[in-house]
Ligand binder design. Structure first.
Ligand code: NAD
Length: 307
């Protein structure tokens, strides 16, 4: 019988699929810390995590019968893929299940920042009636940085709302862009140069760390609005804070941070900036996405084990 350890909150529907297939499923939400996981992982064939659990090399090396690591979500940057490969452990994820949830949040964030709605809300909480002046998103230019599943979903929705979209990716996807009525470029600066909105959808890799840095921000249009629901580390948040303070960047919406929860002074300053709307990594936090993700992950685990 296969034994499954679950260390983050995962929807029960997917876990029930595994149980119906004869798996023993142990949910241990305290085991997410590496020093604990290193001990608890022993005896388990499958490990299911979301983004909170960091599956580092020492955990993978301590495992004695692990066959599959399943990430109930899409980004794999919390898993040491190299260490897993060396031990022949398969890594599976559920990349399609949550793209709509993230894309919907991104669209909402663009509108909130464009209308300065977070500013009006904060003022109301302080008893002030502030009739702030915003802009519309229809007819504006959106640069989608990373034209994968989420980037394409955002493009689809943005086009329906009347935005002009230019997509940037390292892989040529001009055909897909054309189908969605968007332009495509393999040149980052060309993508961001005239954009009113820039939204980030690249995975965190050594190449994308600090992809949106001070130099890139300087080349953006004055007053640009930037959305980051990818990973905090793909953007230099110190440079973003400076650009917000100078007015170069008109507004930003952030769902992800280089430390979660954010505690450093500059991150707290960023979150509290009047032109910033910030959420706590809730991109995939919808009932629908979590349910779909757990089901997709269950099927991928069965497939990986040849069942
Ligand atoms: P995906 O793999 O489908 O797409 C990523 C795209 O980025 C690919 O097309 C790839 O070619 C491109 N890319 C990779 N390196 C690049 C580079 N250096 N420059 C330009 N493009 C590059 O992934 P996805 O499902 O669209 O998800 C994207 C990311 O969103 C995930 O990796 C994850 O970090 C993040 N995410 C966040 C949340 C959230 O809750 N906020 C939820 C899900 C995913």
């Amino acid at each position: 019988m296969y034994k499954v350890l679950v260390t983050d909150k995962v929807h029960e529907e997917g876990l029930n699929i595994l149980k119906r297939n004869g798996f023993e499923v142990v949910v241990d939400l305290d085991a997410y810390r590496p020093e604990v996981l290193k001990e608890r992982i022993k005896g388990f064939d499958v490990l299911i995590v979301r983004s909170r659990t960091k599956v580092r090399r020492e955990v993978i090396e301590a495992a004695d019968r692990l066959k599959v690591i399943a990430r109930a979500g899409s980004g794999l940057d919390n898993i040491d893929l190299e260490a897993a490969r060396e031990k022949g452990i398969k890594v599976v994820n559920a990349p399609d299940a949550l793209k709509n949830a993230v894309a919907e949040l991104v669209i909402a964030m663009m509108i909130v920042v464009a209308r300065k709605a977070m500013y009006s809300y904060r003022a109301l909480l302080e008893g002030k009636w502030e009739k702030v002046m915003g802009t519309e998103i229809a007819g504006k230019k959106l640069a989608v940085i990373g034209f994968g599943r989420i980037g394409r979903e955002v493009t689809k929705k943005a086009r329906e709302l009347g935005m002009d979209v230019i997509a940037y990716d390292v892989i040529d996807m001009s055909d897909v862009a054309e189908e969605l009525g968007a332009k495509f470029t393999k040149d980052l600066i060309e993508a961001i140069r005239d954009a009113d909105f820039v939204t980030l959808h690249v995975p965190l890799t050594p190449e994308t760390r600090n992809l949106i840095n001070k130099d890139v921000i300087e080349k953006m249009k004055d007053g640009v609005i930037i959305i980051n629901a990818a990973r905090g580390e793909v953007m230099d948040y110190k440079a973003l804070l400076e650009a917000l303070e100078s007015g170069k960047v008109g507004g930003a919406a952030l769902d992800v941070y280089p430390e979660e929860p954010p505690q450093s002074e500059y991150l707290l300053k960023l979150i509290r900036h009047p032109n910033v709307f910030a959420t706590a990594h809730i991109g995939a936090q919808t009932k629908e996405a979590q349910r779909r993700t757990s089901i997709e992950i269950a099927h991928r685990i069965l497939q990986a084990l040849g069942i």
